[in-house]
Design a protein around this ligand. Structure first.
Ligand SMILES: Nc1ncnc2c1ncn2[C@@H]1O[C@H](COP(=O)(O)OP(=O)(O)OP(=O)(O)O)[C@@H](O)[C@H]1O
Length: 213
């Protein structure tokens, strides 16, 4: 279980002294969605979980282990953004292996298996610039999966895709969350995304994250 308790943050250089407070729970194999208006503090939460910014107070535990004390590299987390950051001049396999840093021969076999999971087994040697937007997001998802981290953070990853491709990707995230036993948090603007794959919806309002009942 991933538990966020009374996590506090405030941007020092902001004009007003708003203080963000987050409480959230995600079980293994569960997807929770985070809704909220633009600028309400959704991405700030993901930055806190990932360790890009430092919380003022509170805790983030995964199976009772505190994550706040860990540096960015040590956190058991993968993130998928809308902008997938693929290298266009590299093929699919190389783009995916980049997610690991150091690699060994065994990793190539793992890439092949993961490409199957995301339905791209025939594209291993294709340049990423020759893929569609949906296929590129699948490569980004494969890169995330190869890292094999138990927490998956999604920051509006499919908002640039057409409706049909988006639905396929959402279902893929759901399957992958179950198969790889992930704890998945998805920031979105879209209520339909929540209804399709999230078991709980949280809403960011007045600097506070609350579960929508
Ligand atoms: N580095 C920063 N310094 C100061 N203020 C910041 C910084 N980053 C974000 N903010 C402000 O903090 C607030 C919350 O930002 P955040 O990115 O978390 O919102 P969001 O809900 O993810 O918005 P969106 O849906 O538009 O991405 C906004 O008012 C934003 O302008």
């Amino acid at each position: 279980m991933l538990k966020i308790k009374n996590l506090q943050y405030s941007y020092e250089n902001s004009n007003s002294k708003e203080n963000y407070t987050y409480n959230l729970e995600v079980k293994e194999q569960e997807i929770v969605a985070i809704l909220g208006e633009s600028g309400s503090g959704k991405s700030t939460l993901l930055d806190l979980i990932a360790g890009f910014i430092e919380a003022l107070d509170g805790s983030i535990t995964l199976n009772q282990k505190e994550l706040l004390a860990l540096g960015v590299e040590k956190r058991p987390i993968s993130i998928l953004f809308q902008n997938h950051n693929l290298f266009e001049h590299l093929n699919v396999k190389k783009n995916i292996l980049l997610g690991l840093g150091k690699t060994n021969l065994n990793d190539e076999k793992r890439v092949r298996n993961i490409l199957k999971d995301v339905g791209l087994e025939e594209f291993e040697n294709t340049l990423s610039s020759q893929l569609s937007g949906g296929q590129q997001q699948r490569v980004a998802l494969a890169r995330v999966l190869l890292r094999n981290k138990p927490i998956l953070l999604l920051d509006e990853p499919f908002s640039g895709l057409d409706e049909q491709t988006k639905i396929i990707m959402l279902d893929l995230v759901k399957n992958i969350t179950q198969e790889h036993k992930l704890h998945t948090i998805m920031v979105t603007h879209d209520k339909h995304d929540c209804e399709r794959i999230a078991s709980k919806v949280y809403k960011m309002k007045d600097y506070l994250l609350l579960e929508e009942i």
